[in-house]
Design a protein around this ligand. Structure first.
Ligand SMILES: Nc1ncnc2c1ncn2[C@@H]1O[C@H](COP(=O)(O)OP(=O)(O)OP(=O)(O)O)[C@@H](O)[C@H]1O
Length: 240
């Protein structure tokens, strides 16, 4: 089967800094793939290049076989790639439901039936119905993260990129998030997630790719990757 996302030889220079050094990576339809690596290894840059925030210095990104390399973010979003940010993004002065409505207005026109036909249904899914009328700016941090997930889902992605979705969440909130993300493939949404929390990644991902200094050093079943001496080496004294 053709991968939903196929990244080949992707590189990105920021002046003299090599953030990505020729990364090959595929995301298979229906999986939850984890991308890990030490601070500064290029994970966020990888997402930023895939979503069009940064233009790559070299390489290609194919989404469902279509070359989307270097397209503008709005054009990439319309192909069906959604993403959440490290910082939850919402209009603070608008209501929770209004935020989801607005995000949905920018949804791609070509998607099939959404698993969540209304903004309210999406709020039900992420567990924020009770807060629908609140201003986003007054939400507690955990709820704001869930709103960030709802906003990304409102754009009706078929591939969702999650950048540190559990950062700052407590254990209960993290479990709730894991429960939601695990359901996404069943709703036709493939997931690629970055996080430092290896326990979270073990709960979510059957496959992990590891970046180090902008290069992919491992890619395979989660348990095998976490036992790989090359991976243990880059995390020496670190999170593992
Ligand atoms: N906009 C930018 N301008 C200049 N350098 C950048 C920019 N974005 C990232 N970098 C550099 O590129 C390298 C990779 O950074 P990146 O944020 O992709 O790593 P990361 O793996 O996501 O790190 P972290 O886990 O800390 O979020 C780092 O050396 C970083 O300083």
């Amino acid at each position: 089967m053709r991968p939903i996302l196929a990244i080949s030889g992707l590189s990105k220079q920021f002046g003299g800094v090599t953030a990505l050094a020729g990364v090959d990576l595929t995301v298979e339809e229906g999986e939850i793939l984890g991308v890990v690596g030490p601070n500064g290894s290029g994970k966020t840059t990888l997402f930023n290049v895939v979503t069009g925030v940064h233009k790559p210095s070299g390489g290609t990104v194919l989404f469902r076989g279509r070359d989307i390399t270097g397209l503008a973010p709005h054009a990439i979003s319309r192909t069906g790639i959604g993403y959440t940010f490290q910082q939850a993004m919402a209009f603070a002065g608008l209501g929770v439901l209004e935020n989801v409505q607005i995000a949905g207005e920018h949804a791609r026109a070509t998607g099939g039936a959404s698993p969540w036909p209304t903004p309210q249904a999406l709020l039900d899914f992420v567990g924020l119905s009770a807060l629908a009328g609140e201003k986003a700016g007054v939400l507690p941090f955990g709820s704001l993260r869930l709103l960030g997930l709802a906003l990304a889902l409102a754009t009706r992605p078929s591939l969702l990129l999650l950048d540190e979705p559990a950062a700052g969440l407590n254990d209960r909130e993290t479990s709730a998030l894991v429960g939601l993300v695990r359901q996404l493939p069943g709703h036709g949404i493939t997931v690629c997630v970055i996080d430092h929390d290896m326990k979270l990644m073990q709960m979510l991902c059957r496959r992990l790719a590891v970046l180090d200094f902008g290069s992919k050093i491992a890619d395979g079943p989660t348990e095998a990757v976490l036992a790989d001496p090359k991976v243990l080496d880059v995390y020496l004294g670190g999170e593992l």
